[in-house]
Design a protein around this ligand. Structure first.
Ligand SMILES: Nc1ncnc2c1ncn2[C@@H]1O[C@H](COP(=O)(O)OP(=O)(O)OP(=O)(O)O)[C@@H](O)[C@H]1O
Length: 324
């Protein structure tokens, strides 16, 4: 069952430039975006700064009107049917400061529960459940100002779940968090999806998207350039493999020799601690390795591995200069 339907979504921003003789500049942040998300899915929006990801989240969150096209949640238009949409959603923008720092976690949640007019009995049970879900039960009655960044972000997640929303919109949920806190948050997101919540998230962390997302849309300059599961995206890229080699005493001439070997598509390298770190994109990795060991028998190969394309390789291929 699809719970989010986006169809031909466009959004422009008009900004005035200059003070005297000011001119209006129009930015087309979304140029006709369409996609659907199924119930219980974790869907990732990936793309460079300014691609339009937050604009999509804001339109879905009923905070921004589209210029044209539609964004629907559970069949209700996020522009025009806001009152039908809002009880079913909630949103969290990474690093936002809309918690009350002088209040405890529990009192913050009580306050937000009040805004949603949640009855007393449900409210208390839900708050206990959410504090437990995000691992804050032990500190629930301490003031938020004494919390670490990770704890505040976990409380944001609890805040975002206070109305038990079917759909949760997360804009860079783990920004600025340490690896342990990020992992804990990812586990919470996974648990939520397991319970049937649908999650749309943006992130600049490729491993996060790779680990969490059922499907990913890459967005660039306000347009979707690819949309699929990670494994399908990898298949679509091409049939090549990557060989990574660490070798000492490798000259520019040797790199040129590598590049001219049959079956080699692309070679890139960088020097660190006097060791050449070489990445070879090729069609037949085993043959290339055999040839390399023959041609460069006098070189000291420290490490050699064949690996599959990562999401980061796909990102660079789609969003960057077309290379990997
Ligand atoms: N309030 C605004 N006024 C004018 N232009 C805006 C406004 N908000 C966003 N834009 C422009 O719209 C485009 C898309 O911005 P958006 O914030 O959606 O990108 P993003 O993909 O979320 O970027 P980031 O990864 O940096 O958060 C950018 O060119 C941005 O400058």
């Amino acid at each position: 069952m699809e719970v989010i339907n986006i169809e031909g979504l466009k959004r422009s921003y008009n900004t005035k430039t200059g003070v005297l003789n000011s001119k209006t500049k129009t930015t087309e942040a979304l140029k006709g975006v369409s996609f659907n998300i199924k119930k219980g899915e974790i869907f990732g929006l990936l793309g460079p700064n300014g691609a339009g990801k937050t604009t999509i989240i804001k339109i879905l969150a009923t905070l921004l009107a589209p210029t044209s096209g539609t964004a629907k949640i559970l069949g209700f238009d996020t522009y025009g049917q806001e009152k039908k949409v809002r009880p079913n959603i909630n949103f969290i923008f990474g690093g936002e400061r809309n918690l009350y720092w002088r209040l405890s976690a529990r009192d913050n949640l009580l306050y937000f529960a009040d805004l949603y007019k949640i009855d007393k009995e449900t409210r208390e049970k839900r708050i206990d459940y959410l504090l437990d879900l995000v691992g804050l039960t032990g500190r629930a009655d301490e003031k938020v100002e004494t919390y670490s960044k990770g704890m505040k972000q976990k409380l944001q997640i609890a805040r975002g779940l206070i109305n038990n929303p079917e759909i949760l919109l997360l804009d860079e949920p783990t920004i600025g968090l340490d690896p342990v806190s990020s992992r804990e948050l990812r586990n919470i997101v996974r648990t939520l999806a397991g319970k049937g919540h649908t999650i749309l998230l943006t992130t600049h962390y490729m491993y996060e998207a790779e680990e969490l997302c059922d499907r990913i849309a890459f967005i660039k300059n306000g347009e979707i350039v690819a949309l699929n599961t990670v494994s399908e995206l990898k298949k679509q890229l091409n049939q090549n493999s990557i060989i990574e080699v660490k070798v000492s005493d490798f000259s520019d001439d040797d790199i040129s020799k590598l590049k001219s070997m049959k079956g080699v598509v692309e070679v890139s390298s960088y020097l660190k601690d006097d060791i050449n770190n070489i990445k070879i994109v090729c069609e037949t990795p085993l043959e290339i390795i055999k040839l390399m060991l023959e041609k460069f028998a006098d070189k000291k190969i420290i490490n050699l591995q064949i690996r599959e394309f990562s999401l980061e390789d796909i990102y660079i291929n789609l969003i960057g200069d077309g290379h990997v």
